[in-house]
Write a protein that binds this ligand. Structure first.
Ligand code: URP
Ligand code: ZN
Ligand code: ZN
Length: 479
């Protein structure tokens, strides 16, 4: 199967160029001056499919390096399976996800890794890799970190919050970091001071402050800043590279920026919800949801932050200045019915998470439209840096010969209305959209995964099982 994408503007992290892209089988074979022949052969009459991308952008497929498909969490399971979640991702221009294998205390890491393979195998519309969550960091977990590296898992997430669920104490974190420093893998950190948060939660609930709004109040930016600082110091002590996930507080960004300025291998990710949404508007401090359960839709951790305190604008700025390097979704969807509902009368029982895997490419493109980021930076944030950060670059994250044929044709003159309503876009397995009413001045037209068209002109035309497991190498940001 040969596909020619002609007349488009190819956007890589390095810049833009008018070029035709030839995909042969699963691989990009050539990026050519528009209308070129190849060794005297006219391309159009020698390929199976021609896609005219005139007036459109041709970008490497999105890589969402932070998803939780069917994750057991908060007394329930994240509502997207690998099947529904990767299909929704494809619809939105994402051609690779990196999902988290979960290990709870007492569980065996390698058994969990095998279990996640079973969940994903044969079900994915797009390619997928795994990070591994470690909770209690047993001796066997440290041995497993070496084994997993050979299996293409080069990053390990630890939690400084969620006592009795995920939390690793500082000694456990220290040991995992020592291992990462020795085998070259990346430590990913959920940086919030869980012990302090647990006390605040108890006090708020005891005072009858049980609405979703108080989820935000229970997880103050100081708890994020402190944990981020502590994680950086532990990484400094051990020499481990550190990637701080779902950064939402501007003070946490400052910690990351300072460490980077001092030459430490520290990286930071934010998510669309921390760029666009806020404590006031979604959780209800000043909005209509105050006193209602509506805000449960946006209960996630780290929490949405106060717009009055300026966190959102600081996140955009940090993406421009490279104090933050990537945007992932932290896709962890739950329905309102029977899932978020578990927290009626007690916000601390609301399953934490927001579903966005379908919308990240669009939401970040809207940042281009709004003048927050440039076109190449858009591609860098959603595809190229995730590929480099997590050992996929070359194969993924770039339009160049030899790379996988993971390509999105994006129409800057198209339009996308996000939400569950009529004429709106919503394919995730959730009974609401956290992004209802968002309007995007652009549209994902065609999505190609390893040379196969999986989304074409508003229709999903892929198959579950097309997506393959990708073994990842070490981060390409580390020397
Ligand atoms: O609220 C969130 N972020 N849920 C998913 C789990 C995590 O901490 O990433
Ligand atoms: Zn987390
Ligand atoms: Zn997460």
């Amino acid at each position: 199967m040969k596909t020619l994408i002609k007349n488009g503007t190819v956007v890589n992290a390095t810049g833009t160029a008018q070029a035709d892209v030839l995909i042969d089988g699963e691989t990009i074979a050539a990026v050519l001056a528009p209308g070129s022949t190849l060794l005297g052969f006219d391309l159009e009459s020698n390929v199976d499919t021609v896609i005219d991308a005139a007036g459109k952008y041709v970008i490497p497929g999105g890589i969402d390096a932070h998803t939780h498909m069917e994750m057991p969490f908060g007394g329930t399971f994240a509502s997207d399976t690998f099947k529904t979640g990767t299909r929704a991702a494809a619809w939105g221009g994402t051609t690779t996800i990196v999902d988290f294998v979960v290990q709870y205390a007492g569980e065996n890491v390698l058994d969990q890794f095998a279990l996640w393979h079973e969940k994903a195998r044969g079900n994915c519309a797009i390619d997928y890799g795994f990070h591994q969550i470690l909770s209690d960091v047993q001796d066997s977990s440290l041995v497993a970190m070496d084994e997993l590296l050979r299996e293409g898992v080069s990053s390990f997430k630890l939690f400084m919050a969620y006592k009795g669920v995920f939390l690793s104490d500082d000694g456990q974190i220290f040991k995992a970091m020592q291992k990462a420093a020795s085998n070259g893998s990346m430590i990913m950190m959920h940086a919030e001071n869980g012990s302090v948060i647990d006390v605040i939660v108890q006090q708020l609930v005891a005072e009858g402050k049980t609405d979703p709004y108080f989820h935000g109040i229970s997880r103050p930016w100081q708890a994020e800043e402190e944990a981020t600082h502590r994680a950086i110091m532990l990484a400094n002590l051990t020499g481990a590279p550190l990637y701080v996930v779902h950064v939402s507080a501007k003070q946490a960004v400052e910690q990351i920026a300072q460490a980077r300025d001092l030459g430490q291998n520290v990286f930071g990710e934010t998510c669309p919800q921390y760029l666009y949404l806020s404590l006031e508007e979604q959780l209800g401090a000043t909005g209509e949801q105050w006193g209602s359960f509506e805000g449960a839709k946006w209960v996630c951790s780290t929490p949405l932050r106060s717009r009055a305190e300026g966190h959102q604008s600081h996140m955009w700025q940090s993406l421009r200045t490279n104090d933050l390097q990537m945007v992932s979704t932290d896709h962890c969807p739950f329905c309102m019915k029977d899932q978020k509902d578990l927290g009626i009368g007690d916000f601390s029982k609301i399953p934490n998470g927001i579903g966005s895997v379908e919308h990240r490419v669009d939401l970040m493109y809207q940042g281009v439209v709004a003048g927050e980021i440039t076109l190449p930076r858009w591609v860098e944030l959603i595809s190229t840096t995730p590929a480099r950060m997590f050992g996929l670059y070359g194969k993924k994250g770039v339009i160049q010969p030899g790379a996988d044929g993971d390509v999105v044709v994006y129409d800057p003159n198209g339009h996308t209305s996000i939400g569950v309503g009529e004429g709106r876009t919503h394919h995730m397995n959730m009974d609401y959209s956290a992004w209802e009413g968002f309007e995007i001045d652009g549209h994902v037209d065609t999505v190609i995964s390893r040379g196969t068209v999986v989304v074409d002109d508003f229709a999903y035309v892929g198959t579950a099982g097309h997506g393959q497991y990708v073994k990842r190498g070490l981060s390409q940001y580390l020397i």
